[in-house]
Ligand binder design. Structure first.
Ligand code: MD6
Ligand code: FE
Length: 226
């Protein structure tokens, strides 16, 4: 395994938090890249399998595959569910973070973009729609601070929470790859590093939070791009 970047904090084995991994300039660069991504591939409201209940988070994707959810279920697909267009490329700043922190020899195929407003949340879930569970999931946060909750492999396991701030990276891999986790809420009073710059850039909109999760979906051997 390649060496990990310094500064990571193991919240539990395999769940590594890198506070302020992206400096201010890198956050602004990533914010511009994601603004261009969502201009080409608009945020949409996903729906829960079976019930069709809308998510409170809006989503888009970059990469050869994007994660989507609708009444038909969760899946990865190569095109936007509303425009039918292929997803745009994964932002370069996010790819660089995968190479530095991903600890995996193949590039990510999917970059899920989540946008939270002040009332949005994400229930406790596992990321388990990927055929390749050997690869970690890398998350990058921009904008407002969020309360991230994480537990164990069983749904009823006790949980802890950590604040994810603008510029933070989080790697979920190894023994933590399938732990339950979610976002309780944004913390409106916690100033975010991107602050005014985010407002000036227009993305993420003031008071909102954007999270990117990069995933390897298929084992490298089946796609030949390792
Ligand atoms: C979020 N993150 O931070 C939601 N999943 O908005 C996730 O669901 C997540 O942060 C897998 C790995 C890291 C994550
Ligand atoms: Fe997740």
């Amino acid at each position: 395994m390649p060496p990990r970047a310094p500064g990571g904090i193991a919240l539990v084995p395999g769940l590594i938090h890198y506070p302020a991994y992206l400096d201010r300039a890198a956050q602004e660069r990533l914010a511009r890249e994601v603004a261009a991504l969502v201009a080409a591939s608009p945020l949409y409201t996903p729906r829960m399998p079976r019930t069709g209940k809308p998510f409170s988070v809006r989503m888009s994707n970059g990469g050869s595959l994007g994660w989507v959810s609708d009444a038909g279920g969760y899946r990865y697909q190569p095109h936007h569910p509303e425009t039918g267009a292929p997803w745009p490329p994964i932002p370069a700043t996010a790819l660089a973070a995968w190479e530095a922190l991903g600890a995996y020899p193949a590039p990510p195929e999917a970059c899920l973009v989540n946008l939270y407003d002040a009332t949005a949340r994400m229930g406790l879930h596992q990321d388990r729609d990927e055929a390749d569970l050997a690869a970690p999931v890398l998350s990058l946060s921009l904008g407002a601070t969020a309360l991230f909750r994480y537990g164990g492999l069983r749904r009823g396991d006790p949980t802890l929470s950590v604040r994810l701030r603008s510029g933070d990276a989080l790697v979920m891999g190894g023994p933590a790859r399938l732990i339950h986790h979610g976002i309780d809420r944004l913390l409106p009073d916690a100033p975010d590093l991107l602050g005014d710059a985010g407002g000036a850039l227009g993305f993420p909109p003031p008071g909102t939070r954007c999270n990117l999760t990069l995933r390897r979906v298929n084992p490298p051997a089946t796609t030949g791009d390792a």
